[in-house]
Design a protein around this ligand. Structure first.
Ligand code: ZN
Length: 300
């Protein structure tokens, strides 16, 4: 449960030193990672930003516990710009730090308690004792497509992967115009605005006497769309490809949340007109429900 005592964790694995040094382009140094006989040493630059130092400590712990990391590192820690796809060693350490300080399981609990009430979720994030930038990156890491956050008086806009943003530089008013819901909360004493882009929709449920497999439902949906027979396999493959990424992220989440995220993400798909077909929405709902109950892919 946050706040994670990151200094205690780091001291289990390293000699920890908080030091004054004049170079503000290096936040921390770790040395002696490769020597089995003694603990590595971590030097963290003392600053007046303790939330950022907590992230730096967690980042250095990442270098120590991720076994393929280099024997030494000079770190300029970037708590607001890591990538989760094909990350470098530094980005891996940032991702480790984010996941340690704001654990997925804790976020899942907040989502279960507060559902779509992002104001309450942001308020609870105060207890993780991370910077606003790090908190928003944790939400970006965890949440499905359809969420946007605005912080630092509009200078920072963070959207979850797969969210469809306006083409031009978004502003508070353009975001509010597109959102199905919005609100704000204080995070570390500053206002963060949130926008929910996905629509709140009811999950379609399969009729009790509907014996079709998911694949049969998808094929029926495509056939009723009027697509040429030659195109049907291509549309089916495209649909599976489009939802696959979201489904991998969505394991164990409520089906309605996954369904809303997929509906949002698919609105700019080449075959977005499929969203108007009942059987297609039923197919999406079946996929979202299978993920909620942890059903894995069956192969025949
Ligand atoms: Zn580093």
């Amino acid at each position: 449960m946050p706040p994670v005592d990151v200094q205690a964790l780091l001291e289990q694995h390293a000699e920890f030193h908080r030091v004054d040094w004049p170079y503000d382009d290096v936040d921390a140094i770790v040395i002696g990672l490769a020597t089995a006989s003694s603990k590595p040493s971590v030097y963290v630059r003392a600053t007046d930003n303790l939330l950022r130092e907590r992230f730096t400590m967690a980042h250095e712990l990442g270098h120590i516990v991720l076994p393929w990391h280099l024997p030494a590192a000079n770190c300029s820690v970037d708590e607001d710009e890591f990538e989760t796809h094909d990350p470098t060693i530094e980005q891996q350490a940032d991702l480790f730090a984010s996941t340690l300080l704001v654990p997925d399981r804790w976020l899942a609990g907040l989502m279960n308690r507060h559902a779509d009430d992002m104001t309450r979720i942001l308020q609870e994030l105060n207890s993780s004792e991370v910077s606003t930038a790090a908190a928003l990156q944790a939400l970006r890491r965890y949440l499905l497509p359809g969420w946007v956050f605005e912080a630092y008086g509009g200078r920072s806009i963070v959207a979850t992967n797969g969210t469809r943003l306006p083409a031009e530089q978004p502003t508070s008013s353009s975001l509010a115009a597109l959102a199905s819901a919005s609100g704000d909360a204080l995070l570390n004493g500053r206002t963060v605005r949130w926008y929910k882009f996905s629509e709140t929709v009811t999950l379609p449920v399969k009729a009790f006497d509907d014996q079709r497999t998911d694949h049969e439902i998808l094929i029926a949906a495509i056939a009723s769309s009027g697509a040429a027979e030659d195109d049907q396999a291509k549309i089916a493959a495209s649909a599976n490809g489009k939802v696959g990424g979201t489904l991998r992220e969505a394991a164990g989440r409520p089906a309605s949340e996954t369904y809303e995220a997929m509906m949002h993400k698919l609105a700019d798909w080449d075959y977005a007109s499929m969203l108007g077909i009942d059987d297609f929405r039923l197919w999406l709902a079946q996929k979202a429900t299978a993920i909620e109950i942890g059903q894995t892919k069956r192969r025949r």
